[in-house]
Design a protein around this ligand. Structure first.
Ligand SMILES: [Zn+2]
Ligand SMILES: [Zn+2]
Length: 433
């Protein structure tokens, strides 16, 4: 798969660069790993897997490497339930790394990728990811999403040296992981809209090239949604390629702006809150997909407003009390972040009123709630399960307070700036009925 390593002199004024050297997504791709390791002059690697991906292909990869006289130490995360990328997982991996180790090879999907990305970055070692499911867009991105001190924190780490995806393995992944990858792609329709909004309101750089490459990748996947759901090999390859393209887009911008907006704020909220309370939550991309229906509903409601009603309002004492009651022991970190960012201010209000026609036009470009829900149904995602699991109170709180976890301008900050956020959150139930 060929993606340009760099775009020099881009029309947005930036130079875009991605350090990934090889992206191999094809049938039998895993057989190419020993040659890639040898070309990289590596001789001593740690192969990281879990109790699912070890029997699936990690043990074969390690055996192939050993047969080519490359020392392959295995780190197998054997856990009941979900593997969490936390302090314990980091220490377990560090125990397998020696002073001779010259590369980490992750075999798995989201969590294994995040742990390997984070640990290899800290150790200043390269890493390679052998994807076993087209489940999320983080393979090619530099961000490592970890859970540290019970908080989801995305660290700016580095990109893998290579991404390997054997389509035979990818298409056999559990269907929920395939749906999650598709959901993560569908979510880009929400975050790209946020990017345009932020460009209009805050003058954030909007790169037309990176925007178009992300948008094209998403539309290719959506056109092929039926093939992806029935595990057609070419379709699953297209999904995996789309997820990688989005990751490269993030590398190009040096942040996750092309891939993560208000819909990801909601998904992070559900994850963080439920990790703290021990509650259940959906796979990342599935949360993102349902959250896209919510943010699109809010966009269309907002597009119908007239700016004479807009007025800034913020009660700091009430806000602090709410943050403390919702985020519990993580609240002080959230409060400190927002204090540092200073986003609560009336500085954008008049400008938003002035620019309202252009903003409304962008908001109206989004799919409607009904269109989004219909699209999700084609991906075998029924939004009723989302309402059943979280309930309207949690969803209402997410609309008001998910943005406080992040530093990014999105639809939620736009609503905050014009004094409508909490009203929209309260009216959420009515909005959908
Ligand atoms: Zn995502
Ligand atoms: Zn650009």
């Amino acid at each position: 798969m060929d993606i340009p390593k760099e775009i020099k002199y881009c029309s947005c004024g930036l130079e875009h660069f991605c350090a990934i050297e090889d992206i191999i997504i094809e049938k039998g791709a895993n057989k190419k790993i020993p040659a890639l390791i040898s070309t990289a002059s590596c001789k001593d690697v740690v192969v990281v897997s879990d109790n699912n991906t070890h029997p699936l292909c990690a043990s074969d990869i390690a055996a192939d490497l050993e047969s080519q006289r490359i020392k392959a130490t295995e780190m197998i995360y054997a856990r009941d339930g979900v593997l969490i990328p936390d302090e314990k997982a980091i220490i377990q991996l560090l125990e397998k790394v020696s002073t001779q180790t010259d590369m980490l090879i992750g075999v798995g999907s989201g969590v294994v990728n995040d742990i390997c990305k984070y640990v290899s970055f800290k150790l200043k070692l390269p890493y390679m990811i052998v994807a076993t499911a087209p489940s999320m867009d983080g393979y090619a991105s530099a961000g490592a999403a970890m859970i540290i001190d019970n908080m989801k924190v995305t660290y700016n780490a580095h990109v893998p040296k290579a991404i390997i995806g054997d389509t035979n393995i990818l298409r056999s992944a559990p269907i929920d992981l395939i749906k999650a990858g598709l959901g993560d792609m569908i979510g880009k329709l929400s975050c790209l809209n946020d990017w345009k909004i932020s460009h209009l309101v805050t003058d954030e750089i909007l790169c037309d090239n990176v925007y178009a490459m992300t948008d094209n990748a998403v539309r290719r996947c959506i056109r092929d949604i039926d093939g992806i759901i029935c595990r057609n090999e070419d379709s699953v390859q297209r999904l995996m390629e789309g997820l990688v393209v989005v990751g490269v887009a993030m590398s190009y911008m040096n942040n996750s702006r092309p891939a993560s907006g208000s819909e990801h704020h909601l998904s992070h909220f559900y994850e963080v809150i439920n990790i703290m309370s021990g509650g259940k939550y959906f796979l990342h991309g599935i949360d993102v997909a349902y959250s896209t229906a919510i943010t699109n509903a809010l966009r269309h409601k907002l597009a119908a407003e007239t700016p004479t009603k807009f007025a800034y309002s913020f009660n700091e004492d009430e806000w602090q009390a709410d943050i403390r009651s919702i985020y519990g022991k993580s609240a002080e970190g959230v409060l400190a972040l927002q204090k540092k960012l200073g986003l609560y201010s009336n500085k954008n209000l008049n400008y938003i009123k002035e620019k309202w026609d252009a903003i409304r036009e962008v908001l109206s470009e989004a799919m409607t709630y009904e269109e989004t829900v219909t699209l999700l149904k084609r991906a075998e995602l029924n939004i009723e399960e989302f309402y059943d699991l979280y309930g309207f109170d949690m969803i209402k709180n997410s609309i008001s307070y998910a943005k406080d976890l992040k530093d990014r301008y999105t639809l939620f900050w736009l609503l905050q700036d014009i004094g409508l956020l909490n009203k929209y959150a309260d009216e959420f139930g009515k909005l959908l009925s």
